[in-house]
Design a protein around this ligand. Structure first.
Ligand code: ACM
Length: 489
């Protein structure tokens, strides 16, 4: 059955259906790539070939899918025009064309995501979509410290989330239970704290070599996703202190930890070794990371006095800037006076404030990740086998039922960098676990981050979401069959 032109997540800004103008992709369909669009054209052909069995040669003229750039459109904005004579994708930059391709895939039958040829009429509904994001930063976060996920697993995660126009992947690389990124100048971090027995319950070992990390960064870039690396400090550092006891106050190595406690470890604000360590780590991570941000954590530093916390953050922020990056930190960081380049990631449950609105008032941007709405590791319901519930349970309607510009007084639309859905991995043991917690809730956060506020509508969203059950099944993407969603057969 042909889809309706507006059956897309995130909801497009403008949808003008033309029922008389459907286009059917067939064995004769060619793809035409204007200069600068070749990479996305190749991605589109690769995406359509397995299920259709068609070749999609380069070509032009009637019956083609044509990609081109238009400098009048913003980089991520696009226009998708479907007519009986052909399909046109136009965008301000290749990133916008990639967004157009994801919309196009969603408008084809669910079988388009299959790995082998399907006998289906590949008909696209006619009309025009004109679309652009509400926020430039639409993120997901994966905690690879509590449980390590391989390069292949991270790539699979990226491929699943970009279908919803997610464009940042924050990797929580270090925590009490493990250190997951190779640092040449401090090799024991991974040799000891990335090895066997690390992770929650001691069952999440592994780390990224520099080549592995670069492979993730480069793969993400082909999907227009920016990697945001996080080195969490001054708390959440037990794994670093196990490897390097000189990073503790008394120089004695603490025991390795595989439990889920938080708030007990701290770097020492008054020790020179601390800043030698932090400087080396930030220099190496910044050098590996082409994106503009390095995340310095800053959360739950209960084992650091307020004065030491301030001393530490005030010394570390300029290091991030010196290595050419903008710092992001969890909202606790905003208790310190921040430079305008620093981004505050707000994760509180209550609409109380630790300084985030003050940071916004001086020009700082805020990334919205309230735990009660965006934390993908919260249980769906009390009986969910996976996940935690300290921020409450989180069903799809609750994940969808909020607005980032109304969450925190003093932090309105103009202060928002965007939204991010973090996924912590204390209870996760496999890619299937990751995906089951991600879908179907991440599409709710993605729509909040992308779509104009006036399109926000739960009844419309749940109906559109129901169509993704068969799409995830075709891709072998695990998802939770949330009861509030009318799943398509
Ligand atoms: C956090 O949930 N500790 C950022």
């Amino acid at each position: 059955m042909t889809r309706e032109l507006g059956d897309v997540i995130p909801a497009p800004g403008e949808v003008r259906p033309d029922a008389a103008a459907a286009f059917t992709v067939d064995a004769g369909t060619a793809i035409s790539a204007a200069p600068g669009t070749e990479q996305v054209a190749a991605y589109l052909a690769d995406a359509l070939r397995p299920a259709t069995g068609f070749e999609f040669p380069a070509g032009d003229g009637p019956g083609t899918i044509a990609l081109s750039l238009d400098s009048d459109l913003a980089a991520e904005a696009y226009r998708l025009e479907i007519a009986t004579a052909g399909v046109r994708l136009t965008a301000g930059a290749p990133a916008g064309l990639f967004n157009a391709v994801q919309t196009l895939r969603q408008l084809l039958p669910a079988e388009v995501y299959a790995a082998t040829p399907q006998q289906v009429a590949w008909t696209l509904p006619g009309g025009t979509i004109v679309d652009a994001p509400r926020f430039g930063y639409r993120g997901a976060m994966l905690d690879v410290a509590r449980h390590f996920f391989t390069v292949a697993e991270v790539k699979a995660f990226i491929d699943a989330v970009v279908q919803f126009k997610i464009n940042h992947l924050h990797l929580h690389l270090t925590d009490d239970q493990g250190w997951r990124i190779e640092i040449d100048s401090w090799p024991k971090l991974t040799a000891i704290s990335g090895g066997d027995g690390t992770g929650v319950d001691g069952v999440g070992p592994g780390f990224y070599t520099k080549a592995d990390y670069t492979e993730i960064v480069e793969y993400a870039a082909t999907r227009f996703v920016t990697i945001v690396p996080e080195i969490d400090m001054p708390g959440h550092v037990n794994a670093a202190q196990v490897a390097y006891p000189e990073l503790t106050a008394d120089g004695v190595a603490p025991p390795q930890r595989t439990d889920v406690e938080v708030g007990y470890s701290s770097l020492v604000a008054g020790k020179d070794e601390t800043y030698a360590f932090v400087g080396d780590v930030l220099r190496e991570v910044a050098a590996l990371t082409p994106g503009p941000y390095v995340h310095i954590g800053g959360d739950e530093a209960q084992a650091t006095t307020a004065e030491d916390y301030r001393t530490f953050i005030e010394r570390v922020l300029p290091l991030v800037t010196a290595y050419g990056k903008s710092p992001i930190g969890w909202h606790e960081m905003a208790t310190v006076d921040l430079p305008p380049s620093a981004v505050t990631q707000y994760w509180r449950i209550e609409a109380a404030d630790d300084g985030t609105a003050r940071a916004a008032a001086t020009g700082g941007k805020v990334l919205m990740s309230p735990a009660d709405r965006t934390y993908l590791d919260m249980k769906y319901a009390a009986d969910s086998p996976l996940g935690l519930d300290w921020a409450g349970t989180l069903d799809v309607e609750k994940a969808y039922g909020w607005d980032p510009a109304e969450r925190l007084p003093g932090v309105g639309e103009e202060s928002l960098l965007g939204v991010e859905a973090p996924l912590w991995s204390e209870t996760l043991r496999s890619l299937a676990d990751v995906l089951t917690m991600t879908f179907p809730r991440l599409p709710a956060i993605a729509e909040i981050g992308w779509s104009p506020r006036e399109t926000h509508d739960w009844e419309s969203f749940r109906r559109r979401l129901g169509a993704f059950g068969p799409r995830w099944q075709q891709q072998n993407v695990a998802y939770h069959p949330s009861p509030e969603v009318p799943w398509a057969e």
